[in-house]
Write a protein that binds this ligand. Sequence first.
Ligand code: PDD
Length: 278
Amino acid sequence: RIVYVNGEWLPESEAKVSVFDRGFLFADAVYEVTAVIGGKLIDFPGHAARLKRSLGELKIPAPLDADSLLDIHRQIVMRNKLDEGLIYLQISRGPADRDFEFPKNPVPTITLFTQAKAILANPKAETGISVITMPDLRWDRRDIKTVQLLYPSIAKTEATHKGADDAWLVEDGYVTEGSSSNAYIVTNEGRLITRSLSTAILPGITRASVLDLARGAGIPVEERAFTPEEARQAAEAFSTSATGFVMPVTRIDGAPVGTGKPGAITERLRAAYIEDRL
Ligand code: PDD
């Protein structure tokens, strides 16, 4: 692969980042993941806007303007002939002597790479995924997309060790979100429920698009927290993310959700999202 590091395009084997980089030492970095389908960027303006916000919240100086960011995303797709998959972008506060205090004059490190992945023809979209619930032990600013992903990695690993596909995280008795996705249920009355935005969850770009599409289709939407118990009793469940789009959740803690097959509203929203964005 050809990767991008601080203004240079390099084969991945030649790309270098300092061992003193604060992204590496302190997880002092933010990231974005943008889907690519047929060489086209999906929901790029939303990802660019959230990146700017994440940088601002952590006072990492924005090293690129919106136009250059778009240009680099387009170039990396072309240079790697990426048809379907994702673009990963990371901006760290850069290298500095190891000190907990932020450096006075940071020089951010920007890296991008691509990863091929079947997003449309993902077999899990046909069957749905199974999730287990786990306590949400992440920090309190989950609205910032930082690279502090150790706990989500632990959660996902534990889920797969237990034969499930992913974990839904629970705090104070309510589901926050998935390890790397937003979480939704559909009630038996056909109402779409997802947690409202706060510092407890990441404001998903796919979430914003899917809620718009649901409202446009006349599906009643309620932004509120739900419990694992309510989810187990729901008619349907699903998650959203840049790499999963709308992903049916058909088992929660071993019990089938609804019929145990992807639900009608879930499938409708997945199809609507794909049709709208391509
Ligand atoms: N994760 N919540 C969390 C904790 C996430 O990590 C993600 C995305 C989402 C969904 O956001 P979006 O719709 O903007 O992708 C929600 C990405 C895909 C990742 O870490 O790979």
